[in-house]
Design a binder for this molecule. Structure first.
Ligand code: SF4
Ligand code: SF4
Length: 468
């Protein structure tokens, strides 16, 4: 049996004051001075920490907002002197897709490497846009597959990138198939380049080092090669060079040490893939397709040709670009996957889905919708205490001071984040009763979709929902 996939983590504390959600406001007037002050009962010791924090305060804007929001002290103060407040800086984080909650939990995971615990129940609506209109089936949560989480059985998160043969031919003593190259990675995640809108921090060398540490692959713009200050030769098996239409191939010696290469889609994509394969027959070639108004048709078209992997990219909020009514990545994935299944060619191709993957649950949901694996970019940047602000351009000051981070801090935080995502993926799979992530692909029976449930329940009375 192969060794279990395990990512070693250690806490990497934040560089900046924490931007938490809650603070507890305390009016000292009228305090009864009771001997059993509820503040002492805080199991997180937040009131004492706040006093120490205020004593050493260097910046009046950085107030202490690190309460866990359990309401215990607020409810139990006999004089009702304590009240909960929400941090206004927290509320301004991110945007409508990358919500403050997503940013904060990403920071916590990057700090601890652990699965975040929200506690106090779920405070939001039960359905929303995008991935929030889809629920995974957790009906197996008490069944034996949970053993996999606790070590008695193994839940595999390994995936293969490349073409799979539909049958094996043993007509002579050995297998006679001409087996195509296949890259296996232990988690259905690869690291992508940042979208151009978030051009400020160049994290290429940190991401490549984390990919090597976690056994994954990082896509690197080949124009940046070789990067200074790091021995990339050793990291080459964990790098996939990205080549746009005009970029020449890296030297053959360098290319041969990599396992995956990605090219920009173009009318001659098939010829370019063939040229790369002539030089490196063992490399797996990926075609990157922007999900603009022609993207979905192009993805299906390429999947029907001799292309072995497509990497479809939505915008950073997971939407199609260049259309009036953009579709969300999960819906586009379902269309592509279903079309290929109907044509009987789904296993000819691997689908990597990128754009809008903000949480580990999005990994599982994308795979249920038909992806083999996903690519992530912004979560790795947010892991480094990025605020996800709208001024990520050269020449403007980064409020998170990302230009000053050191290598160990960066690799430590990103590694912790990947470990926490792996833990959550195992939890989701255990709860669904799945022991193998390859089998989750296209398993829509393991999920419920709001639009389908709504149509099933109310469609016969009210007809189709109007588009906004
Ligand atoms: S609400 Fe809970 S976590 Fe926050 S300070 Fe009070 S007891 Fe501590
Ligand atoms: S804090 Fe803002 S400027 Fe700095 S990396 Fe994040 S998005 Fe870019």
């Amino acid at each position: 049996m192969p060794e279990k996939y395990h990512i070693k983590t250690s806490p990497v504390p934040p560089r900046l004051p924490r931007i938490g959600k809650y603070g507890v406001v305390d009016w000292r007037e009228d305090c009864a001075g009771c001997h059993n002050c509820v503040k002492r009962a805080c199991i997180y010791d937040r009131h004492r920490q706040e006093m120490e924090y205020i004593r050493n305060l260097s910046d009046v804007n950085a107030l202490f907002f690190d309460c866990m929001g359990c309401f215990s002290c607020v409810q139990d103060c006999t004089k009702n002197l304590l009240g909960m407040s929400i941090n206004p800086v927290y509320e301004r984080l991110g945007n409508e897709y990358w919500t403050p909650d997503i940013i904060r939990t990403t920071w916590l995971q990057a700090e601890t490497g652990k699965i975040p615990v929200s506690g106090a129940g779920y405070g939001g609506p039960f359905s929303g846009a995008g991935f929030d209109s889809m629920w995974t089936d957790m009906s197996e949560i008490v069944r034996p597959t949970r053993d996999g989480i606790h070590g008695r059985e193994y839940i595999s998160t390994s995936v293969d990138i490349g073409r799979k043969v539909s049958y094996l031919d043993f007509s002579s003593d050995a297998c006679c198939n001409n087996l195509p190259p296949l890259v296996t990675i232990p988690l259905p995640v690869i690291f992508d380049m940042n979208p151009t809108k978030f051009a400020l921090p160049d994290l290429t060398n940190i991401k490549a080092a984390v990919a090597a540490r976690t056994g994954l692959i990082s896509i690197v713009d080949s124009r940046k090669w070789p990067l200074p200050g790091i021995d990339f030769e050793q990291l080459l098996p964990h790098i996939a060079f990205y080549l746009d239409e005009n970029t020449p191939l890296p030297s053959h010696d360098v290319l041969k040490k990599t396992r995956l290469v990605e090219i920009q889609d173009s009318p001659d994509a098939g010829d370019r893939v063939k040229k790369i394969k002539d030089i490196c027959p063992d490399i797996v070639a990926v075609v990157r397709i922007e999900l603009n108004k022609n993207g979905l048709d192009r993805a299906i078209e390429l999947a029907c040709c001799d292309i072995e992997v497509i990497h479809i990219i939505a915008d950073s909020n997971g939407n199609e670009t260049g259309t009036e009514h953009p579709r969300f990545i999960k819906d586009m994935l379902r269309t592509i996957h279903t079309s290929l299944v109907e044509d009987g060619i789904r296993d000819n191709i691997t689908i990597i889905a990128g754009g809008g993957i903000a949480l580990p649950e999005h990994v599982a949901k994308s795979i249920i919708c038909g992806a083999d694996l996903v690519s992530i970019d912004l979560p790795l940047m947010i892991a480094l205490e990025c605020f996800f602000c709208s001024r990520c351009e050269p020449g403007l000051a980064c409020p998170a001071k990302l230009e000053n981070i050191d290598f160990d801090y960066g690799t430590g935080r990103m590694t912790n984040l990947i470990a926490a995502w792996h833990g959550q993926l195992i939890e989701v799979m255990g709860a669904m009763g799945m022991r193998e992530i390859r089998r989750l692909r296209g398993e829509t029976g393991r999920a419920m979709f709001f639009e389908e449930l709504e149509e099933e329940t109310f469609g016969k009375f009210f007809g189709k929902r109007k588009q906004a």
